[in-house]
Write a protein that binds this ligand. Sequence first.
Ligand code: TXA
Ligand code: MG
Length: 369
Amino acid sequence: MKLWRVNRVDIEGDGPKDGGQGTQGTQGTAQLERSAEIQEAAEVLRQGGLIAFPTETVYGLGANALQEEAVRRIFAAKGRPGDNPLIVHIASLQQLTDVTDHPDRLPEPVQRAMRAFWPGPLTLILPASSKLAPSVHPGLDTVGIRFPSHPVAQALIRAAGCPVAAPSANRSGRPSPTTAQDVLEDMADRVDGVIDGGPSAVGVESTVALIERDRAVIYRPGGISKEQLEAAIGVPVELDAHLVSGDQAPKAPGMKYRHYAPDAKVYVWWGDADRVAQKMQEFALQCSGEPIAVISPTQVPDIPGLAASWTPQSHEYPAALARELYRLLREFDRLHVAHILIAGVAPDGIGLAVMNRLEKAAEGRVERV
Ligand code: TXA
Ligand code: MG
């Protein structure tokens, strides 16, 4: 296994997208593409190998999406159920012709979404091209496509010259990795190489959506909010029924699996800040000194057994929580805490994605107070 570190100076030009042109890389990305590290990693992808790489959401475990053998190695490395389709990553709009048959005929709201949010954390469900390896979208005639904004991801995909299938680079059932260290913890002996491009800026996965002529459905909430999507595409956006009621089968096969659950038991309270703090204190009192970790917008006093805690430094709590959540869950497991107490957030904006991940991590132990 090879580990490449990509210098922060090389990825200048990272950050939120600018105006939506998104078909050309920044000069920084072009330089990055020619670097020895990216060239080497791209060659591994072309030869059918597995490369873990940074994106703005979480790290991906990439393989050439046109090679069936290579794509199957992803499922083996992750221990991923074979019926769970992969997201295919592209690095230009021209590359759409490799992954879907008639990109020019996509409904207008789909094109609006691409203009507004690509490159960025939005995955669109599109009709699948027969060029794709069948295992990318098992039993489905659609495929999830994403154009990531991370310059390292873009440089790698361009250098490889092929669309790159990549789920999150964790072993199945573990929190998604947001640092190269997290990837190594799960995957060191299962991949050909890892590119370290620093911590992911968004921290939760992309929003997965099916957009049609007159409506859209979010299959998985993520880095682009329902409100943002609705404002940009001009048709109503609904949440997939399983996100609303819980007893429907999800449209994204991956949403049915137990995900993101750490070894410690997670408890979430949200609503009035004082009531949340009080709930945490009451809970901790009953735990007779067992090691506890706390995640909240400000320090909570009087927690017996407090072994670790996290509060955001300067950023707004929901976005900071999104960025740090998976890393914290992994860190607290390494500390062997028994309970993780988390102040949740209102389920709007990025908060919807955060609460969706927290529901799973807490296995339903979420209470509004
Ligand atoms: O942010 C992300 O999306 C990250 C980075 C690496 O890009 N990738 C990621 O991939 O989270 P993964 O495989 O962990 O999650 C993909 C989700 C799954 O829930 C899967 O079921 C759903 O997208 N999905 C993929 N293709 C689909 C399709 N054709 N129809 C419905 N759901 C699909
Ligand atoms: Mg995943």
